[in-house]
Write a protein that binds this ligand. Structure first.
Ligand code: ZN
Length: 511
């Protein structure tokens, strides 16, 4: 068996390597588009990307891959579940079936609908005119239904879309988690709003030299463990991280003179993503395993570094003296505790991407509910703004002034991709669930952070999360590491404790 298996597996790995190379070349073109490409390059770049992605898709869904998978499935049946060989076959099968289930004309229609809707969404958002965008959203709802039908589902159409981005998760499981979050967070948000004067964040707006911010942020992420021999940082409008393989994982950031948080916390966030990719085993490089377990698990790594570590008091006890040395003017008269409090200010706001740790998941809950109802047909597209505004008031206590700051704010609904938003909340929850286990394994974590030592924490993440790549589904990974599937309890306990202390809230309000 061994000789045969390795020969067939080598054939499969050869094809997967070519597919990966084509995809990575496309990603590099996208990186270039977001960082250095002149505006005139847009049309040519769209052509190049579509050619590369078509070639990679055709190579991947070939009959040859189907035949190899079939014979390899028998042959790896006796191998351990977590072995590289069995995992490559298992995960490639999952991707292959999904890719083959979507008919080519549907795939083409999805691409077309996305590129047509995008400029209309931009105009509608600019003009605060939802009616303009409504027919395109209707089309996208229909296409999402067709994707769900093509992929198949047991219970709800949303299951098919969730499973596509967060393998193994169901709508019912997420609905239960969101219900738990809503029950705990809506009263916490209201309580914080009543004590909003307890935290003053005006220091963050005092003006910080952009070049100094960039070099300081790069120094911080280097100290956290982001390897710059295998990475680099550039500027883009929307920060992101992208990996072209173990030796080249890049981040981008943005910087604002008038608001401190953007550059440093953005850089920490993206380096959290990048350290995940840098930690993946080289043995699984150029296979479908070399990637995050899911967008949600990927987001857990960025949030863990950005929020749980980067917005902690021990972190600032270590870094604040050097920050003050770089920015003596804006930080004059502000001590470390005041600064720690400032970077943690919580306040309901309209825009999801600007939301703080506490309120963020309520923005996601709202979208999760509306996407579900649109798919089920219980909510009509024309009624989306009203449904949005009513729920926003009830979850975050604010009256949405217009659709630009309401139902039209996200780019996501302009291309066909329902089922993406929950990943952001899943990431927040996983970061807290992992941290609970990390603290049990490393009781002196806070002391290490205060001394600027992050190597043990990073090694822990590499060992239990990073090196596996996509070997495990999110829940398989969590059960292996923490003994439980995804649960909201650690995150709820974390924000209740942290923000209860920051805002001086009564424990009774927080139960
Ligand atoms: Zn992220």
């Amino acid at each position: 068996m061994a000789g045969n298996t390795s020969e067939k597996l080598q054939q499969l790995r050869q094809i997967l390597a070519e597919v990966t190379d084509l995809n990575r070349a496309a990603m590099l073109l996208e990186w270039d588009q977001e960082t250095y490409m002149p505006a005139g390059g847009v049309q040519g770049r769209a052509d190049q990307l579509s050619t590369l992605l078509r070639l990679s898709h055709v190579r991947f869904i070939s009959d040859e891959v189907g035949r190899l998978l079939e014979s390899l499935e028998d042959e790896v049946a006796g191998l351990a579940f977590e072995s590289d060989e069995a995992s490559i076959v298992r995960v490639t099968r999952r991707d292959y079936d999904q890719a083959c289930k979507l008919p080519p004309d549907l795939v083409a229609e999805i691409a077309r609908a996305g590129s047509v809707a995008r400029p209309v969404w931009e105009k509608a958002r600019h003009d605060e005119n939802f009616t303009l965008f409504a027919p395109y959203l209707e089309k996208n709802v229909e296409l999402n239904r067709r994707i769900a039908d093509a992929l198949g589902y047991k219970d709800k159409p949303y299951d098919a879309l969730i499973d596509r981005s967060e393998p193994g998760m169901t709508t019912a499981e997420l609905a239960a988690i969101f219900a738990e979050l809503k029950q705990a967070i809506v009263p916490l948000v209201a309580d914080i709003a009543r004590h909003s004067e307890a935290v003053d964040d005006s220091v963050l707006y005092r003006g910080f030299d952009p070049d100094l911010q960039l070099s300081y942020a790069l120094d911080v992420v280097k100290r956290l463990g982001y390897d710059l021999v295998r990475g680099r940082q550039d500027i883009s409008t929307h920060p992101f991280s992208t990996g072209f393989g173990p030796g080249d994982v890049r981040i981008t950031t943005r910087v604002s003179r008038d608001f401190f948080n953007e550059c440093l916390f953005g850089s920490i966030h993206e380096s959290g993503h990048a350290m995940y990719n840098q930690g993946m085993s080289t043995e699984i490089d150029r296979t479908p395993l070399w990637d995050g377990a899911s967008p949600g698990v990927h987001e857990s790594q960025s949030r863990l570094w950005e929020n749980v570590v980067g917005r902690s008091l021990p972190f600032w006890r270590h870094f604040y003296p050097s920050l003050q040395a770089v920015f003596p003017e804006p930080l004059r008269g502000v001590d470390v505790t005041a600064f720690y409090r400032a970077v943690n200010k919580s306040q309901p706001s309209f825009i999801r991407v600007e939301a703080d740790e506490v309120t963020y998941n309520m923005h996601v809950l709202l979208r999760f509910e509306l996407e579900n109802e649109l798919l089920e047909g219980t909510l009509k597209v024309k009624d989306v703004p009203e449904a949005w505004n009513t729920r926003f008031k009830s979850y975050l206590g604010l009256d949405v002034p217009n659709d630009r700051e309401g139902a039209l704010q996200d780019i996501h609904w302009s291309f066909v991709s329902f089922g993406i938003f929950p990943g952001y909340t899943i990431g927040n929850l996983i970061s807290a669930q992992l941290m609970e286990k990390i603290r049990a394994d490393m009781p002196d974590l806070d002391a290490q952070i205060e001394q600027g030592q992050f190597a043990t924490l990073l090694s822990w993440l590499r060992k239990y999360v990073h090196r596996h790549g996509r070997k495990f589904t999110p829940n398989e990974l969590l059960e292996r590491v923490t003994g439980k599937p995804l649960t909201a309890a650690p995150w709820i306990a974390y924000v209740q404790k942290k923000f209860g202390a920051l805002y001086g809230l009564q424990a009774a309000h927080r139960s």
